[in-house]
Design a protein around this ligand. Structure first.
Ligand code: OAD
Length: 242
């Protein structure tokens, strides 16, 4: 794998001290969680406008919740893979994820920005209060104690990202010595736009070319669970031999 070797050589040359890791659905593909686009992707079988917009929820909250309960059950059964675990070992790193599966937390990453929310949290549509909700609900759709509907605390199409999340991510990407971009198609904004904030060394890990491959210094054509551990070893090794 020439691209992997070249990326590792660059890490040894530049010895990055700070890293931002931007992840998408592909980092969890090796944990058995379906991605959105591409073969087997969720958006091949479901229409986002039926399931992932505020209008869809207002129209049919039960349908939307059934879909989310199905996704929650898949994620509950899944485990962090070698990529999540390797990412959690990078010193001085911020993880910026588009994923809502919480696998970076479960792998041990401490500093995480969840740009699109989390499947295991609810939000009251009236009071806006957020609560952790790990277990399956007995009845769907779930309601708040105040009587209003609860919705998944995720960002749907047409909605704004959590306050301050993008701004903090942008500042960190700009300041980082190294940007790792793992398993995202790079077509959903504003998340995809973060890559253009980075001027130094950037390495993408994705078995397919993405919309942002050409913006990265290296594009490693491999699965996340395969290529992330050696990249992380190189980062740790380069710091030790500074
Ligand atoms: P996508 O489903 O759009 O893209 C997944 C990417 O992962 C693709 O580029 C695949 O080639 C790559 N991939 C697949 N298997 C992989 C593996 N084993 N290792 C590494 N990469 C792999 O997912 P995202 O880019 O995360 O938004 O999608 C962005 C947003 O679109 C999601 O957060 C979601 C979706 O609609 C909202 O729900 C708001």
């Amino acid at each position: 794998m020439e691209d992997l070797k070249a990326a590792i050589t660059a890490i040894h040359r530049e010895r990055p001290l700070s890293t931002v890791v931007l992840t998408g659905a592909g980092v969890s593909a090796d944990s058995g969680i379906p991605t959105f686009r591409g073969e087997g992707g969720l958006w091949r079988n479901y229409r986002p406008e039926d399931l992932a917009t505020a209008a869809a929820f207002a129209r049919d909250p039960l349908l939307v919740w059934e879909w989310y309960e199905w996704r929650r059950s898949i994620v509950r059964e899944a485990k962090p893979n070698a990529a999540h675990l390797a990412i959690a070992r990078i010193p001085n790193t911020l993880v910026v994820t588009q994923n809502v599966d919480g696998l970076h937390q479960r792998a041990g990453s401490k500093d995480i920005i969840e740009l699109h929310g989390n499947l295991f949290r609810t939000r009251c549509v009236r009071e806006e209060t957020r609560r952790d909700a790990l277990d399956a609900f007995g009845t769907l759709p779930p309601h708040c104690q105040c009587g209003a509907l609860l919705r998944p605390d995720v960002v749907w199409f047409g909605e704004l990202l959590p306050v301050g999340a993008f701004e903090r991510a942008g500042r960190a990407v700009r300041a980082a010595d190294l940007l790792l971009v793992i398993g995202t198609s790079g077509v959903v904004f504003p998340a995809a736009g973060l890559v253009s904030f980075h001027e130094g060394l950037s390495i993408e890990i994705n078995p397919q070319l993405s919309a942002i491959s050409s913006a990265c210094t290296f594009a490693v054509a491999a699965n996340a669970a395969e290529a992330t551990p050696p990249i992380v070893e190189a980062i740790i090794d380069a710091r030790t031999h500074r």
